[in-house]
Design a binder for this molecule. Structure first.
Ligand SMILES: NC(=O)c1ccc[n+]([C@@H]2O[C@H](COP(=O)([O-])OP(=O)(O)OC[C@H]3O[C@@H](n4cnc5c(N)ncnc54)[C@H](O)[C@@H]3O)[C@@H](O)[C@H]2O)c1
Length: 305
């Protein structure tokens, strides 16, 4: 008995890292899995290969599960729509989509090539739109469906050199929230995960000093993709039917629920504000409540459990 018995689940980016672990675990938990992966490089370059997705699908089948593969890009709407049909045709339904497909094209914003901005938005934000939009009518009709989309603390908190990625990942947060709000009456759920896991994506971040090298070594063992997969799979299960519109993080054996933006301070002036009075009164009064501009590591300065 698995938590996904009888479910059909699509896992994008399932050839590597977090997606691979999500696909393997979904298979072990009883789901029929469509494993998607473009099979490209870390930056989304290369024509891609069907190898990684099919390798993972074969591992699921070899373990006695049901799986097929697909090597299209999540950034192409028509291909994603066809992928949803492929899953329905092969397995007779579609109940959840886990969408960790992703690339990185880091660089300081003042040097960012517009092509690097576009490529990252295309895969992360348009990819999230494509997988949800292409399947949502089916989910609404069957009055059941779960999306697990991927955000990042690079967006929720911030990291230098990742403006394109942060913008995309906060876009995913907005998308998931509205999908969750609009889906409430139809039992269509959407949640997002900000993962921490040692994968080829994280391995690409340059190590500049000894302290970072030591941190990287600890990350390799302490923050694994399979730990992230446990939550992704749980969110697809009927047991999570009351969980929607939430932002989670997984870091080693820690699971976090994030808050969502709400006003932290209000100032009102009966005669209204002018630029001058805002500068003289409102901004100084609110300054104590400003959010600092520290990076993700300043919020998670300790090793994972
Ligand atoms: N690893 C982390 O610590 C971390 C941190 C924050 C966020 N994330 C997010 O988690 C998700 C998974 O990251 P990961 O670390 O496993 O990355 P990864 O590079 O190990 O795997 C990503 C997979 O997505 C595939 N892919 C890329 N573009 C695709 C496309 N257009 N269509 C289909 N497949 C595509 C790649 O081929 C690759 O197999 C991503 O959304 C990433 O942004 C990861």
């Amino acid at each position: 008995m698995g938590v996904l018995d009888g479910k059909v689940v699509i896992v994008t980016g399932g050839g590597n890292g977090i997606g691979r672990e999500c696909a393997l675990l979904a298979g072990r938990e009883g789901a029929s899995v469509l494993v998607n992966d473009l099979g490209g490089g870390l930056k989304g370059e290369d024509a891609g290969s069907s190898g990684p997705a099919e390798d993972v699908a074969k591992l699921i089948r070899d373990a006695g599960g049901k799986a097929i593969s697909n090597s299209d890009s999540v950034s192409e709407y028509d291909a994603v729509a066809a992928m949803c049909e492929q899953a329905k045709k092969a397995f007779g339904g579609l109940h959840a989509i886990i969408n960790p497909a992703g690339i990185l094209r880091d660089g300081m914003f003042h040097k960012m090539d517009p092509a690097d901005w576009k490529a990252v938005i295309d895969v992360h934000l348009h990819g999230a739109f494509n997988v949800t939009r292409a399947s949502i009518e089916h989910f609404r009709e069957q009055q059941s469906g779960s999306y697990v989309l991927f955000t990042s603390t690079s967006g929720l908190i911030g990291n230098i050199g990742q403006a394109n990625y942060a913008a995309a990942k906060l876009g995913v947060m907005g998308l998931s929230r509205i999908v969750a709000m609009e889906g409430l009456q139809k039992n269509v759920r959407s949640n997002i995960i900000a993962p921490f896991a040692w994968t080829r994506m994280i391995a690409s971040i340059p190590v500049k000093d000894e302290a970072s090298a030591a941190r990287v070594e600890r990350m390799k063992n302490g923050m694994r993709a399979d730990q992230v997969a446990q939550l992704a799979v749980a969110l697809c299960a009927d047991g999570a039917k009351d969980t929607t519109g939430q932002i989670f993080a997984v870091r080693g054996n820690e699971v976090f629920l994030f808050n969502q933006p709400r006003p932290v301070r209000a100032m009102a002036r009966l005669e209204g504000w002018t630029p001058e009075s805002l500068i003289e009164q409102a901004l100084p009064a609110m300054k104590a409540s400003y959010t600092d501009v520290g990076a993700s590591a300043s919020v998670f300065p300790y090793d994972p459990v």
